[in-house]
Design a protein around this ligand. Structure first.
Ligand SMILES: *Cc1c(COP(=O)(O)O)cnc(C)c1O
Length: 332
């Protein structure tokens, strides 16, 4: 029986076009991108083409994109890189503001930084999962150097008021980072228009493979290097480039940019259909999160009197659906 996979918030299947572009770099074109002879230069060229494609998706400059191993690494780099820079420069700043609903890559990085003497404010969200801008404003003090709020939540799909948050940060000369791993490819993200300083993204949530990500760091923003070693990625991230996966990420970004509108339409149609069918067949369920400011494909539902784990187990047992912690995020 064919599996109906409903959990694209957890990971996506690699697109055929993405895979096909990667294959040469897993086989014949194995040059180290730092080598100056032809096979190395070919890898370099492929990486730079991919960088251009990633940059274009966010309306940024290729020089502002750095490849990492995943979304989690990008998040770690943003938080720890900015925090360690404060120490190194002796700015005296020690305060980060984030929200309580961030991905563990953010929350756990914050916990580590707290153990090292940094202060972190974890903002509450309202019942739709939206960060309160007044609490944000009130949490800022003269030692705040970073505000990190996710673009869209991975469980309930709520899109945060990024433009306003970015404005508040910049009014106080604070760097603004956003974890856009879920939002990428699902909504139009323009780092210039939204005035975003640092942004995290990941390949495997947008039909590229697992184990590849990127971070956008606005030109002129200093950040400490997080991975020590060689001088790759303009000395910001050491490690021989993962050429094949970088190429895959580039292709996935190109497709995401090209197909954004039709993809959104398709997701909204499917979501509408799904909710219509649920309404016809069940009485007692509620949809969590914001209905307006929400990722087009996200559907997060509570069924009354049904245990989520039991439901998950039963749906998986009949092998026609996969639901993970109430979170239905679907495509196809
Ligand atoms: C999946 C996810 C991450 C982590 O990305 P990985 O590439 O799996 O490390 C970070 N933030 C959010 C919001 C995510 O959904």
């Amino acid at each position: 029986m064919e599996i109906k996979y409903f959990d694209n918030a957890a990971t996506t299947r690699i697109k055929e076009e993405v895979f096909r572009e990667m294959v040469p770099y897993l086989t014949n074109q194995y040059g180290n991108a730092s080598s100056i002879y032809k096979i190395g230069r070919d890898s370099r060229r492929a990486i730079e083409q991919a960088r251009g494609r990633v940059a274009s998706l966010f309306n940024s400059d290729p020089s502002e994109i750095y490849f990492t191993s995943c979304g989690s690494e990008s998040d770690n780099m943003a938080l720890k890189g900015m925090a360690y820079l404060q120490k190194e420069k002796g700015t005296g700043k020690d305060h980060i503001i984030t929200s309580k609903i961030e991905h563990p890559a953010i929350l756990e990085s914050c916990k580590t930084l707290e153990k090292q003497g940094f202060r972190v404010t974890y903002l509450d969200v309202d019942k739709e999962g939206v960060v309160d801008l007044n609490s944000l404003e009130n949490a800022i003090d003269e030692k705040t150097f970073l505000i990190s709020i996710m673009y869209a939540n991975n469980e309930i799909g709520t899109i945060e008021p990024i433009e306003q948050i970015s404005k508040i940060a910049h009014n106080h000369n604070i760097i603004f980072h956003t974890d856009a791993v879920q939002a990428t490819g699902n909504v139009d993200i323009d780092v210039k228009k939204l005035n975003i300083d640092i942004l995290s993204m990941s390949g495997h949530k947008i039909y590229a493979p697992k184990g590849i990500g990127a971070i956008y760091i606005r030109k002129g923003i200093e950040i400490n290097r997080f991975m020590d070693g060689g001088h790759q990625e303009k000395n910001k991230r050491a490690g021989t480039e993962n050429v094949a996966e970088i190429v895959g990420l580039g292709k996935a970004c190109e497709l995401a940019e090209k197909n954004l509108e039709s993809y959104q339409k398709k997701l909204l149609f499917l979501k509408g259909y799904f909710i219509k069918k649920l309404t016809e067949n069940f009485q007692d369920f509620i949809i969590n999160g914001s209905l307006e400011n929400r990722l087009p494909g996200n559907c997060n539902i509570c069924f009354k009197n049904i245990d989520s784990n039991e439901l998950l187990f039963k749906l998986d047992a009949v092998r026609n659906m996969c639901i993970w912690r109430f979170c239905l995020f679907f495509w196809r």
